[in-house]
Design a protein around this ligand. Structure first.
Ligand SMILES: Cc1ncc(COP(=O)(O)O)c(C=O)c1O
Length: 384
């Protein structure tokens, strides 16, 4: 861990933590250690502490140190995808008979992992409106071991008061998990607000360029960090060296990207609120958003994700997604390029018929860092 960076500001940590010059050559960027195994000087004589790249790899270590520093945690772990990270976390925290509270708005794949996979192993779950601490408190049972929160949430941009739910979790003796994918650690620091573990899909803002799939866990408990690292190795869904390198590279520009994403999204949300074909805009930066005050308290800015409902119903929402020319129709989010999608038929198809079902007239935007005038004009022509 590059402790000398920890008292620096976020932008400096993003560029320097974990990115120590290569001891062999002085290369200022950590090399891609594309290697599976390491020569031992006699049996058990490890040179740099590395023996096999599932257990540890220097490029992944650089990323994991960087992630821990960015979230203000003591241990960061990098995985092959966000869902691989979530799977490792759930199977570390929970055993059969345990109970977990999950949000009524979350990434569809997260819900699927609970409802279709983890539940088969005898873990029980119930759904709560995490924007309301009383709803979470009511869902807690004497077997609750974890409370899961996603804020801002995907795709309804709901806001959860992390500190308030941390208090509920503490009373219940449960761990608070926060999926920080939409905000990124630049905009929001869940561990400082009382969370026990932060989850990321590194695929999104952290990677930032739509060219890598990855996931992360960060915790401020050394003990839990050890347990998670043990399971990471035992389960094996680790981030590869090249993927780790791509994310490490993306993170260096995270603060400047997030500032621009937030600025562009604020202007687009404002335009949408005035558009006659739009019935509702879901963006925490808007004063009328029910979570606006909490978001303003716990986030540095409001991020690049916007959802909105159209007046013409589901077919109009679907058609609109095909009419944009700068916004690319596609799943995922958080890249420099703007994306548009229909959650009901795309990212959230797996929650159809559940408590997490999303409205058919909903459109989700991942606002990129292009010139905002081009983005505004594109949406205006697509809305007609
Ligand atoms: C909020 C959130 N969490 C987790 C995930 C899962 O991450 P991955 O696709 O990297 O497995 C996603 C993916 O869209 C997401 O949006």
């Amino acid at each position: 861990m590059s402790h000398e960076h920890l008292d620096k500001s976020f932008e400096t940590i993003a560029i320097h933590a974990g990115n120590t010059a290569d001891p062999l050559t002085g290369a200022v960027v950590p090399p891609i250690y594309q290697v599976s195994t390491y020569k031992q000087d006699g049996v058990g004589g490890l040179r740099g502490g590395y023996e096999y790249s599932r257990s540890a790899n220097p490029t992944r270590t650089a990323l994991e140190e960087n992630l821990a520093a960015l979230e203000g945690g003591v241990r960061g772990l990098a995985f092959a995808s966000g869902l691989a990270a979530e799977d490792c976390l759930l199977r570390t925290l929970l055993v059969p008979g345990d109970h977990v509270v999950i949000p009524n708005d979350a990434y569809g794949g997260t819900f699927r992992l609970f409802a279709k996979v983890v539940s088969r192993w005898g873990v029980e779950w119930s759904v709560a409106d995490t924007s309301d601490p009383a709803s979470v408190r009511a869902a807690v049972t004497d077997r609750t071991k974890a409370i899961w929160v996603e804020t801002p949430s995907n795709p309804l941009l709901g806001i959860t008061d992390i500190a308030a739910i941390a208090a509920v979790a503490k009373d219940a003796g449960a761990k608070l998990v926060v999926d920080n994918t939409f905000a990124s650690p630049y905009l929001q620091q869940p561990l400082a607000l009382g969370a026990d573990v932060v989850v990321h899909s590194l695929t999104k803002y952290m990677g930032g360029h739509s060219d890598v799939v990855g996931g992360a866990l960060v915790t401020n408990s050394a003990e839990l960090g050890e347990e998670l690292a043990y399971h990471q190795n035992a389960m094996g869904a680790v981030a590869g060296p090249f993927d780790s390198w791509l994310v490490l590279r993306g993170i260096k520009t995270l603060p400047v990207r997030m500032d621009r994403h937030s600025e562009n999204a604020g202007k687009i949300a404002e335009m949408l609120t005035r558009h006659p074909k739009v019935s509702q805009v879901l963006y925490p930066g808007l004063p009328e958003h029910p979570g606006h005050e909490v978001a303003a308290k716990q986030m540095r800015a409001f991020g690049g994700m916007i959802s909105f409902r159209v007046t013409g119903g589901e077919q109009e929402a679907v058609d609109l997604c095909a009419r944009t020319k700068v916004f690319t129709l596609g799943e995922s989010l958080g890249g420099v390029e703007s994306l548009i999608e229909h959650p009901g038929r795309m990212t959230h198809a797996s929650v159809a018929g559940s408590a997490l079902e999303v409205p058919g007239d909903l459109v989700r935007l991942s606002v990129g860092i292009e010139n905002v005038d081009d983005l505004l004009a594109d949406l205006q022509q697509a809305l007609g």
